[in-house]
Design a protein around this ligand. Sequence first.
Ligand SMILES: [Zn+2]
Length: 148
Amino acid sequence: MSKRKILLNLAKQYNVQLKLKANWPDHGSVDLETEIIYIQFKQSYSLHFLLSTFYHELAHLLCKRNGKFKLFHTVHLEKLSKPQQASFLRTLWRAEVYVDKLAKSMMKQDYPNAKFLTGYTQKKKSQFQPLMVYQYKEYFNKVNKRKS
Ligand SMILES: [Zn+2]
């Protein structure tokens, strides 16, 4: 079975909408409002990598549905109050680590032999966390300016 077919079947199995795009800007993302998962799909990507991306985004969606790390999985981020924004920034890394753990355990159940590629390791934290915080801060600043 082709990698494309495997991913699309998996989406069907989990009853989620999946769009595979060659030029998607991230490896994967999920629109929490429409609940559509987008994956940057290239034939050269390994199945391990594509599956890891799919399960990571699926885990975000399940967190949203189950109210896990609720602030981080808010559909309308622009509606967060300033204290909520601060809390969002403090917990974003922990939320991603949690999502990765959930994704890993789901993938292990479905594909016991596939290797889950973790995106949010302790090692990557020093490199990526400040960048993520910075990007969301910029976003919140813009939103707050518009509101005032
Ligand atoms: Zn994530």
